[in-house]
Design a protein around this ligand. Sequence first.
Ligand SMILES: Cc1cc2nc3c(=O)[nH]c(=O)nc-3n(C[C@H](O)[C@H](O)[C@H](O)COP(=O)(O)OP(=O)(O)OC[C@H]3O[C@@H](n4cnc5c(N)ncnc54)[C@H](O)[C@@H]3O)c2cc1C
Length: 504
Amino acid sequence: MEVKLAGYNIDSTIIEKVRATESLKGLPLTPETVAVAYARISRDSSPVTELRKKSIEDVEAARKSARSIVFEMNHQSVAEHAVFNFDILDISRLCVESLEWHRLCSYTEKSQRYQELVGDHILPKEFEGECRPLFEKTMKEQNELYTKAFKILLEYFKGKYPSMLEKKWERRVVEGYAKEDARYAVGLATKAQLGFTANARNLEYLIRRMRGNPLDEVKTLGEQFFKLAGNVAPSLILLTDPMEYLKEFGRPLNDDYFIKTHPNASRLASRTLEEFGEISSIQEYPASGDVKLIDWSKSADNATLQAILHSHTLASAEACSEAADKLIRDGGAEAFIQDFLAYSNPWESATREFEFTDFTFEVVLSSACYGQMKRHRMSSQLVQQYDPELGFTYPPSVIDTGLQAEFETNYRQSSEAYYELAKYDRAAAQYVLTNGHRRRMLIRANAREMHHISRLREDAHAQWDVRKISGDMLALARKKSPLSLMLAWGKDSFTDKRNELLGS
Ligand SMILES: Cc1cc2nc3c(=O)[nH]c(=O)nc-3n(C[C@H](O)[C@H](O)[C@H](O)COP(=O)(O)OP(=O)(O)OC[C@H]3O[C@@H](n4cnc5c(N)ncnc54)[C@H](O)[C@@H]3O)c2cc1C
């Protein structure tokens, strides 16, 4: 066996120093060389160490190979071997949502839960003109309420948790409670910062999508990625231009091209579906709070048992399904799953066998809550735009401290500003909506991801909003698939639940 460390992320200031060193001028400081060397493994029997050497010696030839392998032969996974890190500062929360929509990347962002906000927000290009006074006024009012609410909520939480005021780290937690609830007052134009890591394949895809986004800020971010990564790895960041895309694929790159080109465009963009024929009966789905379970694997527990049997025996899928049915019928299924889960712990995820049972939910959730749910990359999520008609989310602390009326006024004024700004630009009008405004999300997750969501979000450390939503999702799913979700509990209660079910 021979294993070589072929490369790893290096801080760009160090790369610049190498670039500036006279004796090292001309060194190919690009991740393309590794990606191309790996691409050549497929057809070239030379040791991979030699292939890497070859691509370093002739970078132009390597770039030519990359273009042909990745774009002509459609072997795009090769581009995943080139990885980029970006520091991103001063973008809006709305822009972060468009970026983080891309799930196969890595993000770590400023938490509005742990950091106090100081009224900083972006001014969207769309509202630089006559709309600016209304936009600025809305931002000012939102931030004034944030500042006032933070002070009141801090005293409220200090009073609620007096034993947590001694130790510095516990005081920070109490402050965090006040920050996370006060932030429901502020809008989606609030500034964020994040660290972002993506491989070239994902980066190219997201640049392409961002350049077609209706928001100017998102387009500009896409341009920046293109400029910065395209300079370093031109052979891997190619198909990102909206005009080229139109030429190549015959349709515009914009996210909303379907809406714009559909014959029922205006109906689609509104709430009414009349053009699609009479809708006679609305199906009732099992619901809990703002969560509806709209679809689930009908024989959910059978599917999980079948998968466990299949991966541990040499039997066919049919035989495993039959055996699973028999276990369920004869009452042996629970003990079987208990044996399988006997060595589970709160830190390790459920195993792959749990991916064969699915649940689909429609959730109405606040922007603050969506900001957390969107990070669960192993689920499939689709969202509508924010919609003031869906009502508002009030933190319980806001209600307890008598701040609800002021929050309601803030939510309503922000909604009015939204309706006014939407006359100019509906997508950009969302910048003035707050963390308490809501949207509809469709989310599909398998039982493995449901375990993970529960572990992190039903846990006592999780924020109350996402804890409630995930708790409702899990409660509905557990009814349909009690065995598959037997150990889907928050990290804090996991050990007790496991001991209760399986013995300590
Ligand atoms: C209490 C709390 C506080 C938080 N605070 C912050 C914060 O301040 N800032 C912030 O940015 N985020 C914060 N988060 C979000 C957190 O960092 C995660 O992004 C989020 O919880 C989703 O978790 P995940 O990545 O494990 O899950 P998912 O994306 O749902 O992934 C499920 C599992 O798949 C695997 N997986 C998915 N993608 C990859 C990958 N690319 N590489 C390797 N394995 C992968 C992992 O095993 C992962 O656990 C916080 C979360 C919690 C619960």
